[in-house]
Design a protein around this ligand. Structure first.
Ligand SMILES: [Zn+2]
Length: 312
């Protein structure tokens, strides 16, 4: 059977037709152009699903369902997008509207939850029924899977690990709280940590590395080149990241953490020290079993593949 998965982003929308085994038979990416408004975005999405079905050699009527990921607060049980600041949507019945226009079953979910499901079904989380997925991008997204199912909390408003507070009097976060984990582990936070280190250490190699601009990659480049200031930035970042993972381990003790997003592209230089530090803690306290830490493997396809999995 075939399913359509859609990942609507503030800038781009990605979609694909996926089979039960996670094979993508056709896919496309296009500009969301959010300023056009909800109705136009909805109609173009359905038109593009039609085209992808044609490309794959069948009619949209043969689809078994449509799953959609949205970057906001989504009541997935009701199919409603409660609020999505990125797209200026508030209280829209996305699942109902898609069903009315296509006659297909439609499920809608938060985009990070979709990506978590994608990695768990078809990506590097395939071997785990209990995992926490964390994306280390401009912001921090997360999804929790327990016994193979998404855990979303009351009103599907939970599973937001990035807004777990780790410093009572920390910086103000976009969510209104202070000292959220996101303020320490997002790519934006890592960039700011690197910038501060450069200002305090004008002789560091980071100055040369960052002459065209600082990014979430700069500190890792410096650390690989042996710069002690850069190593220190990376180590602190790893400490912040692991500190939150320890908190989540104490609550959920999942089989694995799957790390995605830009910073996770550092691969083994990030994953291995985090995994070692986390399991050193587990070992010292006898909180067996060990928890695996792996990099996400589906990249930008995780969102729409997981959205398709919502209707499988
Ligand atoms: Zn927050």
């Amino acid at each position: 059977m075939y399913y359509a998965g859609v990942d609507i982003g503030g800038k781009n929308t990605k979609m694909g037709i996926v089979d039960d085994f996670g094979n993508v038979v056709s896919s496309t990416t296009y500009k969301t152009q959010k300023e056009r408004g909800y109705d136009a975005i909805l109609l173009e999405m359905i038109s593009n699903i039609n085209s992808l079905c044609e490309e794959a050699g069948f009619d949209i009527n043969e689809l078994s369902g449509i799953g959609i990921g949205v970057p906001g607060i989504v009541n997935s049980r009701a199919g409603l997008v409660m609020s999505c600041a990125n797209l200026n949507w508030k209280g829209v019945d996305l699942a109902g509207d898609v069903k009315n226009l296509t006659g297909k079953e439609c499920k809608v979910c938060n985009d990070a939850n979709c990506a978590a499901l994608g990695e768990q079904r078809f990506g590097s989380g395939k071997n785990f029924k209990n995992l926490v997925f964390i994306t280390l991008g401009t912001g921090v997204g997360s999804g929790i899977i327990i016994d193979g199912k998404l855990f979303e909390g009351l009103g599907c408003a939970g599973a937001e690990a990035g807004h777990m507070g780790i410093q009572v009097d920390g910086d103000k976060c976009t969510c209104g709280n202070k000292g959220c984990w996101e303020e320490f582990i997002s790519a934006k936070a890592l960039t700011e940590q690197t910038q501060r280190a450069i200002e305090q250490n004008p002789k560091s190699m980071l100055v040369e590395i960052c002459k065209d601009g600082v990014s979430g990659k700069s500190a890792f480049i410096g650390a690989r080149a042996g710069d002690s200031v850069a190593k220190d930035v990376v180590q602190k970042y790893i400490n912040y990241l692991t500190y939150g993972l320890i908190g989540l381990t104490n609550i959920l003790h999942p089989q694995a953490f799957v790390l995605g997003g830009g910073v996770a592209n550092e691969g083994v230089d990030l994953i291995l020290p985090v995994k070692n530090l986390l399991n050193e803690y587990i070992d010292n306290n006898g909180f067996y079993p060990y928890v695996d830490v792996v990099g996400a493997s589906l990249g930008n396809d995780a969102g729409y593949m997981g959205a398709a999995a919502l209707v499988m």
